[in-house]
Design a protein around this ligand. Structure first.
Ligand code: NAI
Length: 458
């Protein structure tokens, strides 16, 4: 099996089928037989252009002008009207002033007429307000309509293109730093496997960030379950973005853990996160070595699948202990520490199983849905001091774990999304690295699916 080198320096397996249908005979064959034709996705690498081609900004209000100006500040080639036949890298549609569903027609038809000119791996991003209790019914109808539009458009786009949306909480301006950080994430290759999703900017946020290439410079991050798989990718991506990383895993994974830590010039901490003093051990390590702890990534997780009718206490209890009880206990220790008090970030790895449910995974889904509850309830506790807490919910990701699934089941599972392929560990890692950025300071309590718009669940 061939491999691709990502920006994180991680060698990841490329999916053979996707390569086969990407050119020549394989492409023709797949077309004739009506087989899925997944695109090779554009993934982020430092220094690469944000998007490949001009960005068309659709919208009439002051918000769209302000967003266009931010894109110009980022040295993007911005269009306010489509030029026939000109290939576009992205379309940004600003709809923050909607009062009635009838007002969706003009901007969306303008987007529609530009879709044929999209380059491969292009982006469509909406910026709008979520429907809220207290909205006039017509306003709520218009705002909610965007949800249906983006989720449907994501299913219509081809060739690696995606559609996602930024939601602006009450009082947050379209061009606020937090909304613009979310827009930048969606436009860039960092969001390659994020499709049909929304990020909410809860507050204005801040512009204070050491550039876009090393946004985590000066920060100290801890990643649990970092010896392999998604955790190792997260550790590498945070290090690439400038963070000093403490890689945590169980002692039995010590060799792999040391290899990851050495590669990224971080430190290794052998620790079972179910130990009652795990949070304090992490704090002691971080403060003792580096004098600070800024970012916590709760990635370690296990599965012990069984139908509920056949479930035993050992399977149930171990999944709850690792996947959720340990996070709750560690967070208590972090929140009680004044050294983790200011502008801190907690990011948890959930799962689409916790959203849509999965046969044989009542225990796992309980823990992952539990993670989402924890995130929403912890957000206000961190907000007082400028901290955020978010979760990423991966869908089918190509890891050692999913490689063990029998071929036919795996093949179906990995194609059941709008991008018709599995994601890579780095796709999950990029979303986590985004939430860790200073520019995402106003983005909290989000559950972001990294699933290629999996057709199961919402
Ligand atoms: P993995 O099994 O390859 O890696 C998990 C790591 O966590 C291992 O290195 C393991 O030693 C460590 N770990 C387990 N228990 C621990 C403990 N008590 N203390 C410290 N470390 C511990 O799993 P993978 O696939 O990389 O998954 C990472 C996270 O992503 C998990 O939370 C998983 O539930 C989640 N996820 C994975 C998906 C996939 O398709 N692979 C899909 C959705 C979610």
């Amino acid at each position: 099996m061939s491999t691709q080198r990502t920006a994180a320096g991680l060698r990841e397996k490329a999916d053979k089928y996707t390569e086969f249908v990407s050119g020549g005979f394989g492409k023709d064959l797949a077309k004739r037989l009506g087989l899925p034709q997944p695109a090779i996705l554009r993934r982020y690498s430092p220094g690469a252009p944000l998007v490949e081609g001009p960005i068309l900004v659709v919208g009439k209000g002051a918000g769209s002008d302000a967003v266009a100006n931010v894109l110009l500040d980022w040295h993007q080639d911005v269009r306010r009207h489509a030029t026939p036949k000109e290939k576009l890298g992205a379309i940004v549609v600003v709809l923050d002033e909607l009062g009635h569903p009838g007002e969706l027609s003009e901007p969306m038809l303008a987007v529609g007429s530009a879709l044929r000119d999209l380059n491969k791996n292009a982006r469509v991003v909406s910026i709008s307000r979520p429907a809220a209790t207290g909205d006039a019914p017509a306003v709520a109808a218009a705002r909610n309509g965007i949800d249906g539009i983006i989720r449907s458009l994501a299913k219509e786009l081809r060739a690696g293109a995606t559609a996602n949306g930024v939601l602006l909480a009450n009082g947050v301006a379209p061009a606020s730093p937090s909304a613009m950080s979310a827009l930048r994430f969606f436009l860039s290759g960092r969001s390659a496997f994020v499709d049909g999703q929304f990020l909410t900017a809860s507050t204005e946020g801040t512009k204070e960030q050491a550039g876009w290439e090393k946004p985590l410079k000066g920060n100290v991050a801890v990643v649990t379950g970092a010896a392999r798989g998604i955790g190792a990718a997260i550790a590498r991506t945070l290090a690439r973005d400038g963070a000093t990383v403490i890689a945590v895993d169980v002692p039995s994974a010590g060799d792999h853990l040391a290899a990851v830590a050495n590669e990224i010039h971080g430190t290794a901490l052998q620790l079972d996160i179910t130990n009652t003093d795990a949070g304090q051990r992490i704090l002691d390590h971080a403060l003792g070595r580096f004098g600070r702890l800024d970012i916590v990534v709760h990635n370690a997780g296990i599965t012990r699948d069984k139908l509920l009718a056949n479930m035993d206490a050992a399977r149930w209890d171990s999944v709850i202990a690792v996947n959720i009880a340990a996070q709750l206990r560690m967070n208590e220790a972090f929140l009680a520490s004044k050294d983790f008090a200011k502008n801190s970030r907690i990011i948890s790895v959930a799962s689409t199983s916790g959203i849509a449910g999965n046969r044989g995974q009542t225990n796992y889904a309980a823990s992952k849905a539990g993670v989402m509850g924890l995130v929403r309830a912890t957000a206000p506790l961190l907000a007082e001091n400028g901290g955020t807490v978010n979760a990423v919910a991966p869908g089918f990701i190509e890891t050692d774990m999913t490689a063990k699934i029998p071929f036919a089941t795996r093949e179906v599972a990995r194609r059941l999304n709008s991008l018709q392929q599995g994601g890579k560990p780095s796709d999950v890692a990029e979303a986590i690295a985004y939430f860790a950025q200073p520019a995402a300071a106003g983005v909290t309590a989000n559950i972001l699916r990294v699933c290629g718009q999996n057709l199961v669940g919402q």
